[in-house]
Design a protein around this ligand. Structure first.
Ligand code: PLP
Length: 378
């Protein structure tokens, strides 16, 4: 079976973990965490990077930083992972779901203003498949209405929009290092703070509501409870693993991009024949090959294709069940009008295997895909 995803490891993870072990500092914010923070700040140009347990945790920190009150509204796409919405629902806020663009499958910026009400506090964009949203328009809308912009850049490390790394454009950005992403630590994530006004509180919220970070820097002589907060920082073992991944992050991305290009060249024939639509990358975006997906003509075609691949020992998956039609999405959020693009994409999208190491199996995957499309198994 060729798996849909296989976590890539550089081989240096255990060595760096053994150093963290030898250092004897196992809780958070030791030397490996500092190394990761420096790497992220250099890589993204954010004002402050803070490792978290997950992208979910970084989004929850964002919701706390915005001081959301029950009934406040946050505009976001429905075609996303549940954490985009959950983080705000935990504060009592209401996700307001907007449709996506048919080309990039990112939030359709032309529909955002119609979703704004007096309760709207923020726009949370999602850079789907590591391809940037139309950020200039979104930032302009936010500025006009006094809204915060949060980037769910879970899939976006090493991608850019008009030369700017994803996650470094809005006031806050959230990255994921979950093992299904490009650069990994099992579970893991980071909050990128781009607006200086959030930095001090972000450190406090991450450290259980205490000013412990200031204490360690010698800026206060004892630390105490100063605000709401929780424990959002990972231990040094995770940070050491991540540091090893960062050493090879560029190489991992390049390997994924090469695979992505091979898929894209292969799928050109399918697109010409009307059998599938390929991903579209806008001219002002560079991407990180987080994902290779196809849009098939119908739900039946997709079901047949995924079944056919499985019978030929290739794992392929689909996502997302739109949040606006999920049980919790209906309870806690609302849709801004109809979301026809979200509904149709959700039924027709299929993701193909893409991981560093797939190179030697790719011909097999393509042959299985060709065969499955020619004679879908029912
Ligand atoms: C993976 C993902 C998340 C969640 O990331 P975790 O690190 O697992 O919390 C959130 N949003 C999007 C768009 C994702 O792809």
């Amino acid at each position: 079976m060729i798996k849909f995803n296989q976590p890539y490891m550089t081989g240096r993870e255990l060595w760096l973990i053994s150093q963290a072990h030898a250092n004897g500092h196992l809780s958070g914010d030791g030397s490996f965490t500092r190394l990761c923070h420096q790497w992220l700040e250099a890589q993204t140009g954010c004002r402050k990077a803070l490792l978290t347990h997950s992208c979910t945790a970084a989004l929850e920190m964002s919701a706390l930083l915005l001081d959301l009150k029950p009934g406040d509204e946050v505009i976001m796409p429905s075609f996303t992972f549940v954490s985009t919405a959950n983080a705000f629902v935990l504060r009592g806020a209401v996700p307001v779901f907007v449709d996506i663009r048919p080309d990039t499958l990112n939030i359709d910026e032309s529909l955002i203003e119609a979703a704004i009400t007096p309760r709207t506090k923020a726009i949370c964009v999602v850079h789907y498949a590591g391809v940037g949203c139309e950020m200039d328009s979104i930032l302009a809308i936010a500025a006009r209405h006094g809204l915060a912009v949060i980037e769910d850049a879970a899939q976006g490390i090493f991608s850019t929009y008009k030369g700017r790394p994803l996650g470094s454009i809005g006031g806050l950005g959230a990255l994921s290092f979950h093992e299904t992403k490009n650069v990994i630590s099992g579970e893991g994530g980071a909050l990128l703070v781009n607006d200086d006004a959030y930095i001090e509180r972000a450190e406090i919220i991450r450290e259980k509501g205490t000013n412990r970070s200031k204490f360690f820097r010698g800026q206060v002589d004892k630390y105490t409870w100063v605000d709401v907060g929780s424990s959002y920082l990972p231990g040094e073992i995770i940070a050491a693993f991540l540091a090893a991944q960062f050493e090879e992050a560029e190489k991992i991305t390049q390997r994924r991009l090469d695979l992505w290009q091979r898929y894209h060249a292969w799928a050109e024939r399918l697109e010409s024949a009307g059998l599938a639509r390929r991903p579209i990358i806008p001219a002002d975006c560079t991407h990180n090959a987080h994902m290779y997906y196809l849009l098939l003509p119908s739900l039946d075609a997709r079901t047949g294709f995924i079944d056919g691949l499985r019978q030929r020992q290739v794992g392929a998956v689909f996502h997302y069940i739109p949040l606006h039609s999920s049980p919790a999405g209906r309870r806690y959020g609302r849709a801004s009008g109809d979301l026809p693009v979200t509904d149709t994409v959700s039924e027709r999208l299929v993701r193909l295997p893409l991981w560093a190491g797939l190179e030697e199996h790719l011909d097999e995957v393509l042959a299985a895909a060709d065969a499955s499309l020619a004679a879908p198994v029912r």
